[in-house]
Design a binder for this molecule. Structure first.
Ligand SMILES: *Cc1c(COP(=O)(O)O)cnc(C)c1O
Length: 428
């Protein structure tokens, strides 16, 4: 495959954009080579500026649950655009999508829309601190909650990939209020709480981790987190930016039957436009301005185009009763195919999968937390990544990312993917 035009565009971009990209993981630094410049996408495929076609397993890092340029979303945005693109005034569609989201997600009464997952998590933490009148938070190593200061402590994917888990610019004052726990290790969490009695406002977690590869919670882990939060007046925040409206229409709360106090959304909720949201029961949400004392705002929050895309997306997810099952079946099929292809060639690996999320780790043994995820062989991953790319299959350019399965993928696409893995496995 030729990447001449992407390569030329990257050279130009680097002159005026830091690293040539507006978000670090796009840059291919972890795998080497030149990032592809996307030109268009439709259904399961993305096309680059050189005219190459790829089966897409990134899907804009999650939002495209139903495939690229999903017609109801595209139509909704076009229609809305004709009526003006932003007002800075309340609009009816904001209530419409809020009502739908509240009806789909368990245990929430009110939802506030923002412009990104980062903003959602940042605001959720401020709300939790304001509500509990406590300062410290617990996060888990390898979990990513956006790039706000409090969370850039052993954050997932981008930060791990670039080996700068603690970014310069995050002050010691901020860092000292973020306590770091081991994913899937309840004793570790209990010890942190014990050592910081009465000081912890919230525990924030990806209830199914997706930013150190895909790591589901072990049995009882979320249930036990709920119990220790109850016992210590700590709010439990589920960061469902990746899993919300994806693993079930009500997210991991529904899937695992565990209630969170605050839930964060992003990605799917915006249907591919910049949207985030956070939600909770009345008692907590009423702490937000203008009703309550915790300030949070946004000039473009609840933007009509973004709301139109999100609403069209959520309506589809809500109405399509077979969707989650189809996604899971496709993901399982891919899992089995890749397992066979790698086993035939004695490639050491572990695959994690839940619903429409899957990750391939080139290491032995279970991957249950950041340390076990970090054991993967990066050199093998690089070869695998470039091999897949050259076969027209686009997976994330980092060993710490989840693949996202979309409903637009056909079984022919999956077979093509598995066939590519079989060929590449011989070279690993
Ligand atoms: C992507 C992601 C975020 C950040 O969302 P942005 O829209 O990129 O700011 C936060 N949390 C999780 C779990 C994510 O996957």
């Amino acid at each position: 495959m030729l990447y001449q035009r992407s390569s030329a565009l990257f050279t130009e971009a680097k002159k005026v954009i830091p690293g040539g990209v507006n978000s670090p993981v796009r840059a291919f630094n972890a795998v080497g080579g030149t990032p592809l410049f996307a030109k268009s996408a439709k259904g399961a495929y993305v096309y680059d500026e050189d005219g190459n076609r790829f089966i897409d397993y990134i899907n804009s890092w999650g939002p495209m649950l139903l495939g690229h340029a999903f017609p109801p979303v595209v139509d909704a945005v076009i229609e809305k655009t004709k009526q003006g693109t932003s007002f800075g005034m309340p609009t009816a569609i904001e209530t419409e999508i809020a009502e739908l989201a509240v009806s789909m997600v368990p245990n929430i009464d009110k939802i506030r829309f923002v412009n990104s997952g980062t903003e959602a998590c940042m605001s959720a933490i401020r709300l939790a601190r304001g509500f509990t009148n406590k300062d410290k938070i617990i996060k888990f190593a390898g979990c990513y909650h956006g790039h706000s200061d409090s969370f850039l402590i052993a954050a997932g994917s981008g930060a791990i990939t670039f080996g700068t888990p603690n970014s310069p610019g995050v002050t010691e004052g901020t860092a000292k209020d973020t306590l770091l726990a081991r994913y899937n290790d309840i004793e570790n969490v209990k010890a942190l709480i014990e050592a910081n009695k009465g000081k912890i406002a919230a525990i924030i977690i990806e209830p199914v981790a997706g930013n150190m590869g895909c790591i589901p919670p072990v049995d009882g882990f979320l249930e036990n987190l709920r119990l220790v939060c109850n016992a210590n007046d700590i709010l439990l925040i589920f960061d469902e930016v990746m899993t919300g409206f994806r693993l079930a229409k009500g997210g991991v709360q529904e899937l695992k039957g565990v209630n969170a106090d605050i839930v964060c959304f992003g990605k799917v909720v915006g249907g591919g436009l910049p949207v985030g949201a956070f939600a909770a029961r009345n008692e907590i949400m009423d702490y937000l301005a203008p009703q309550g004392p915790v300030y949070q705002a946004g000039t473009l929050s609840g933007n009509p185009l973004a709301m139109a895309a999100g609403l069209a997306m959520l309506k589809e997810v809500n109405a399509d009763k077979g969707l989650m099952n189809r996604l899971e079946e496709k993901t399982k099929y891919l899992h089995n195919g890749i397992t066979d292809a790698l086993n035939k060639n004695n490639v050491v690996h572990t695959i994690n999968r839940i619903g429409s999320m899957i990750s391939v780790h080139f290491s032995e043994g279970a991957v249950v937390d950041f340390d076990s995820a970090a054991k993967g062989n990066n050199e093998t991953f690089k070869k695998f990544f470039h091999g897949m790319l050259n076969h027209g299959i686009y997976i994330a350019p980092s060993a710490f990312e989840t693949w996202f399965i979309t409903d637009a993928l056909t079984y022919e696409d999956l077979n093509e993917t598995i066939a590519a893995v079989e060929v590449i496995a011989q070279t690993l």
